[in-house]
Design a binder for this molecule. Sequence first.
Ligand code: PHE
Length: 339
Amino acid sequence: MIDKIKELIAEAEAFKAQTKEEVEAFRIQYLGKKGLLNQYFAEFKNVANEQKKEFGQAVNALKKTAEDKVNALKEELESKEEVKGVYGDLSRPGSPINLGARHPISIVKNQIIDIFSNIGFNVSEGPEIEDDWHNFTALNLPEYHPARDMQDTFFIQTNPDVLLRTHTSSVQVRYMEKNQPPIRTISPGRVYRNEAISARSHCFFHQIEGLYIDKEVSFADLKQTLQYFTTQLFGKSKIRLRPSYFPFTEPSAEIDVYWGLETESDYRITKGTGWLEIGGCGMVDPNVLENCNIDSKEYSGFAFGVGIDRIAMLLHQINDIRLLSENDVRFLEQFKSAL
Ligand code: PHE
């Protein structure tokens, strides 16, 4: 019998387990109520007196071996589980990380910012919820000025002094109020107009406006700057400044780029004229400078504004402006390879 116990000790020592269940089964087999040890303890009274000592020692050794084994295995399995908790199953195949894409509006905005930072412009931003002064009055659009109707404005109903900005010119007012010339800044941002939503226009879109104020800034500087811009962005250097009207600039002009008439899409984009309008510009009206505490006798400047959405649509062949705000990942994922 003692030999049998020694055999069991060796077996217990060699026992290995992968799961908690296996450890539990082992424990029950050796240390459970009806387990081997209790059977041997019950046997004790039948053992001959001269063998009792050796028998007792062997059973105790078996008990200790079994108990130590159970404890060691439990600890081992628990520490394995901890590792799993932190790193997951280390043996499973890797899952590819799904990279995001920049939004086409951001892509084009960043391109334009790069182009202008190369010639010394900084970036300025301002609030989308504006007051009347920064969006209209300071820009030479006093109350009841008919040109206010040019931009269908969303007002906060309970307070006509609070509105959603209709252009980022409001940021330029804020910038001039805080900074003296020389000023070279571009202001990108979202703007809002109460317009019917269609494939070509939306009630919110994005603009980037530029402002340059210094001594002796001329219309020629404006044209050169715009030409540099269209060459960099579109690879097209032929532009045309068509007389127009904005309350905050005098003289004012629409900016047309010569797109060409080589392909069918050139015809479509330019409605058969070869020319594409991309924005407005002009020399900052002296009244605007004075409203912002800049001496209009000492300083002059130019301003321009272009729509980012239209340019993004043009550069990336997007045929519906609404796609830009629908957050459809199937659309957005197509810009993964862009900047
Ligand atoms: N703020 C004008 C608009 O939103 C664009 C513009 C900017 C025109 C600067 C002239 C000078 O229509």
